[in-house]
Design a protein around this ligand. Structure first.
Ligand SMILES: [Zn+2]
Length: 117
């Protein structure tokens, strides 16, 4: 039985926005495809056969964890593969995925330049 924390719901939102399938998310969250589909519906997330807005550039393919380099984007594109593009300094993601992840209400900036006034 899946326990839906705000974080799990956000992962579904982010994952679907990134083009993950219900099955990919089910594997990531340790639940069933049906549970993800049901939750997405309840959250009002519309999905279709079209993939999400985040696309990998032509010629680049998601890579498995062990192939990631220090400067590779660590955004999970599928359950076991990561974006792998050059990441932005100070984040674990490429510019596109950094933008996607920093919209996350629970995400904290990886580097804050703000100082006490
Ligand atoms: Zn990326």
């Amino acid at each position: 039985m899946m326990i839906w924390t705000a974080e799990a719901e956000q992962r579904v939102r982010d994952g679907l926005a990134a083009g993950l399938s219900y099955l990919d998310l089910a594997r990531q969250l340790g639940t069933t495809r049906g549970a993800i589909a049901g939750r997405a519906r309840r959250l009002g997330i519309k999905t279709g056969p079209r993939r999400g807005p985040v696309k990998l550039p032509r010629g680049s393919a998601p890579i498995p964890l062990m192939k990631l380099k220090d400067d590779s984007c660590r955004y999970p594109v599928t359950a076991s593969r990561f974006c792998g593009r050059m990441r932005t300094r100070g984040t674990s993601y490429c510019p596109e995925h950094a933008r996607l992840c920093l919209r996350h209400p629970h995400a904290r900036p990886y580097h804050t330049t703000s100082r006490p006034a």
